[in-house]
Structure formats: structure tokens, C-alpha cells
Design a protein around this ligand. Structure first.
Ligand SMILES: [Zn+2]
Length: 151
């Protein structure tokens, strides 16, 4: 066996195990949901002898329902993909640290938001900055409107 990299890089072993656990738990949960959904869709189709005699309105309603189910499954599949990417990053030691300041993102925060890329302090600072920006741009839009009207 030729292991060239330590899983998690320089990350502390406990933290590595914890983060891996958070991601794998989330992955299991979503995989279960996807399997349930797929099973639902299949049994509905199989137990529905009315398929084929639905009038147009009913069948288009069923189509919409199918589209919603499909969109849901697709969303979950995307989340699964993101989790797998996060697990890969974790192996490289590139997961769980703040993108801005490099500090560890708290376990609680990652549990709630596994794809968080900033620690709570940086996230709050960013939100405050965004709010300020929005206010400023609203103000300048308002004054532009004022100039338009007065000219
Ligand atoms: Zn930070």
C-alpha cells in the first residue's frame, strides 16, 4: 500500500473524525430520502390502473406532480454531490476552515450548514457589509430617480 497523504492533512484527528461523521450522516440521511422518493414514484405508477384513462387535466396534474418529485430528487442528488465533494476536501484537509480568516468553522455550524465556507464571525461581517451596500445602492437609485424627475 502506498499512502502518500494523511487523511485530513494537518487536521487534528478528532476534528477530522467529527467532520467526517457530520458529512456521512448527512449523506446517509439524503440517500434514504432519495430512495424513499424513488420507491414512492414507482409504487404510485404500479398501483395506478387509471393511468391511460385520465382526462387531460388530471394527467397534466399528474405530470406536474411527477415534475415536482423529479425536481426534488434532482435537488437531493445535487446535495449528495456537494457532500461527496466536501468529503474529498476533508481528505485533503481543505474542509471546515473559514474561507476568509482560516479559522476552524464550529462543529455546530457545520452540522447545521455543512457547506458553510465562512466562520460565523466572517459570515456576519459579510452580511452587514452586504446590507450596507444594498442600502447605499438603494439610496443612490432613489437619488438618481429624484434627479430624473427634477430635470
Ligand atoms: Zn472567518
Amino acid at each position: 500500500m502506498s499512502v502518500t497523504k494523511t487523511p485530513g492533512g494537518q487536521m487534528n484527528r478528532d476534528r477530522y473524525a467529527e467532520l467526517k461523521n457530520i458529512l456521512e450522516e448527512r449523506r446517509r440521511e439524503i440517500m434514504g430520502q432519495v430512495q424513499d422518493k424513488i420507491r414512492d414514484v414507482r409504487t404510485e405508477g404500479a398501483n395506478n390502473p387509471a393511468v391511460g384513462v385520465l382526462d387531460a387535466a388530471e394527467s397534466s396534474e399528474a405530470d406536474i406532480q411527477d415534475d415536482i418529485e423529479f425536481a426534488l430528487i434532482q435537488m437531493k442528488a445535487e446535495t449528495l454531490h456537494k457532500i461527496n465533494e466536501a468529503l474529498e476536501r476533508l481528505e485533503e484537509g481543505a474542509y471546515g476552515n473559514c474561507f476568509e480568516c482560516g479559522e476552524e468553522i464550529s462543529r455546530q455550524r457545520l452540522r447545521a450548514l455543512p457547506f458553510a465556507v465562512r466562520c460565523i464571525d466572517c459570515e456576519e461581517a459579510r452580511e452587514t457589509a452586504q446590507k450596507r451596500e444594498r442600502m447605499l445602492s438603494q439610496r443612490s437609485a432613489a437619488s438618481a430617480l429624484y434627479f430624473d424627475m427634477s430635470s
